[in-house]
Design a protein around this ligand. Structure first.
Ligand SMILES: Cc1cc2nc3c(=O)[nH]c(=O)nc-3n(C[C@H](O)[C@H](O)[C@H](O)COP(=O)(O)OP(=O)(O)OC[C@H]3O[C@@H](n4cnc5c(N)ncnc54)[C@H](O)[C@@H]3O)c2cc1C
Length: 425
């Protein structure tokens, strides 16, 4: 056992853990990064990196790698999945570069993980322990003792100054932070696959993100891997009378995925029926942000605030967390518990606001008649500048968040209108 006041352990080498390791190392800490999976993943799906997250990764000098394997869609085109009627176009591409100083990029998760992992391996002060699961911890006067179980059934102890729980939605460390939030099953499944873009129907855009809305369901597709693969996510309700287990569902019937799309445009129905390596991901999420920190233990990413993925911001928040946490630790001297407290205070309002936006998006996307007609009307009437403005607080994020004025509203149309604009509050 060795001890050093500047050693921080991180549980979990996902997006949150690896980004935090890079920023903490840069802030002068020695980082022990524990990951239970013995090997980096070789399969996975896509993820959208919005400008707020891209800016943080660019700070680490990773833009060139991101630009090589990523893709920059021209826009997010929202339409009705049943009729094909266009509802709204949200310009990305050049608009994001000019407005936020960073692109909106889509990327294969394996590529993103590889970029972060390679960067971690390049830093002398980051020790990556793969196949090592953080099982327990104990606080004492000298810091924390961490108990890690390896894949070979051996147990090792590490004495460190502080621990970051970046161990995802089903965090082991969360139980040590009282009043934290445990994600619950939301009743929705995200069916995900990557499809060779050349094999897809030409009616599907190969340059933009498509977002198609229907009652209780929606469908998203966007190119990744420099535009060679199409990432598809189909959100459907879970109709069985038992809750699904955590993690990927691989044995489901084709019908579980496709039946809700039967009345949709034929090429969209065909897309969800495409033969590919589909997996169903039961969505577990919390509706509010609880506590993140307890003394020398701090949760980040999904471990702290697993959210529904309808604003595509869970990973972005994890990346922002990593940046802000390291900035707080940088100026903290030896008092990391105080830094974690500060982190929680500065992050909670923004994370809560993003969680609210994500949940509002679910309600907006999945509306049934008659609300759907009002929604469509409001979306159709929204000018591009208004839509951009709605997202400025989120995509234009800098370490010190900006406050934006609150809106007003009246009856039914405006109730939906308020929901649409509620991220401005
Ligand atoms: C359908 C869907 C689409 C999404 N799309 C987007 C998007 O477009 N943009 C976006 O920003 N976000 C998106 N998200 C959210 C995003 O995927 C997550 O918020 C993000 O992956 C969380 O990263 P994390 O590092 O906190 O957790 P995880 O990715 O879950 O990583 C946790 C890591 O910790 C490891 N681990 C767990 N327990 C232990 C332990 N005890 N010891 C050691 N290691 C451990 C795990 O093996 C894992 O590697 C989406 C989510 C879903 C479900």
């Amino acid at each position: 056992m060795k001890r050093d006041r500047r050693i921080i352990a991180i549980a979990g080498a996902g997006i949150a853990g690896m980004t935090a390791a890079l920023f903490l190392e840069r802030a002068g800490f020695r980082v022990l990064l524990f990951e239970k999976s013995p090997k980096p993943a070789t399969t996975g799906t896509g993820i959208q990196i919005s400008p707020n997250a891209y800016k943080v990764l660019a700070e680490l000098g990773l833009s060139r790698s991101l630009n090589t394997v990523g893709f920059v869609p021209n826009s997010i085109d929202i339409g009705c999945g049943l009729t094909g009627a266009p509802l709204i176009r949200f310009d990305l591409g050049e608009t994001c570069l000019q407005r936020y100083g960073a692109p909106y990029t889509t990327i294969h998760r394996v590529d993103l993980a590889h970029i972060l992992q390679t960067a971690c391996e390049d830093r002398e002060d980051i020790d990556i322990h793969r196949g090592s699961q953080v099982a327990d911890l104990a606080a004492h006067a000298n810091g924390l003792t961490l108990l890690c179980e390896s894949q070979h059934q051996t147990t090792e102890e590490y004495v460190v100054s502080a621990v970051i729980g970046a161990d995802g939605a089903w965090s082991t460390l969360r139980k040590y932070v009282h009043d934290s939030e445990t994600p619950q099953f939301t009743g929705q499944i995200a069916w995900r696959a990557l499809i060779d873009i050349e094999s897809t129907n030409p009616a599907l855009s190969r340059t933009s993100t498509g977002l198609w809305l229907g009652p209780n369901t929606h469908l998203v597709h966007y190119p990744v891997r420099a535009g060679n693969l199409l990432n598809v996510v189909a959100i459907t309700p879970w109709t069985k009378d038992y809750a699904p287990r955590r993690g990927w569902l691989t044995q489901s019937a084709l019908d579980d995925r496709t039946s809700v799309f039967e009345d949709w445009l034929p090429h969209l129905h065909e897309l969800v029926g495409t033969r590919a390596d589909w997996g169903g991901w039961p969505i577990f999420a919390s509706t509010k942000a609880g506590k993140f920190a307890n003394g020398p233990l701090c949760l980040i990413g999904d471990a702290a605030h697993a959210m529904v993925p309808y604003a595509a911001q869970g990973g972005a928040c994890a990346i922002e967390d990593a940046y802000v946490l390291a900035s707080q630790c940088n100026g903290s001297g030896d008092d990391l518990a105080a830094a974690f407290d500060q982190f929680e205070k500065s992050r909670r309002p923004r994370v809560q606001k993003i969680m609210r936006l994500s949940d509002n998006n679910r309600r907006i996307y999945h509306m049934k008649p008659p609300y759907r007609q009002f929604r469509d009307m409001i979306m159709n009437l929204s000018p591009q500048t208004g839509i951009q403005k709605r997202m400025d607080w989120m995509y234009g994020w800098e370490p010190v968040p900006q406050q934006v004025a609150s809106p007003s509203g009246t009856p039914l149309v405006n109730r939906i209108s308020r929901l649409w604009r509620s991220s401005d509050t």
